[in-house]
Design a protein around this ligand. Structure first.
Ligand code: FES
Length: 129
């Protein structure tokens, strides 16, 4: 079961309200998808704007609906989504017990502990760390 911590829910609700102000009538659903590649095997894409093109399953997470591509549910089954502010600004944090390695910013992960993972998006090539 995906868990959305209160700080993340508050930020997602803020994004949804902004989205609904610009496009009234849209459903109160946030979309989470995993895209292959990037700084590890999978990168989290969390948005209130546009559904992923795949078939999705919507989970009830408190007062939020979280739509996830059905074929990716196994990759996020115990995911925790949090939100934190630091000196660089605010951002969502993803805690996934299935992640064997995580990139430097925490937005990408690998399922295999031997997968090279980048610690910096600006790195020219993936490098083992
Ligand atoms: S996605 Fe590149 S360092 Fe995290």
């Amino acid at each position: 079961m995906v868990q959305i911590r209160p700080a993340a829910a508050q930020e997602l609700n803020r994004l949804l309200q902004r989205q609904q102000a610009s496009a009234p009538g849209q459903a109160s659903v946030v979309y989470l998808a995993l895209e292959p590649g990037g700084c590890a095997d999978w990168t989290y894409c969390l948005t209130a704007d546009q559904p992923p093109p795949q078939s999705t399953t919507t989970l009830n997470c408190g007062d939020l609906g979280l739509a996830i591509p059905t074929d990716q549910l196994d990759l996020v089954k115990d995911l925790v989504i949090d939100y934190a502010e630091d000196l660089m600004g605010g951002g969502f944090r993803f805690i996934n017990p299935l992640a064997q390695r995580t990139c430097g910013c925490g937005n990408a992960f690998a399922l295999n502990p031997d997968t090279p993972v980048t610690q910096d998006c600006t790195a020219p090539n993936l490098a083992a760390v």
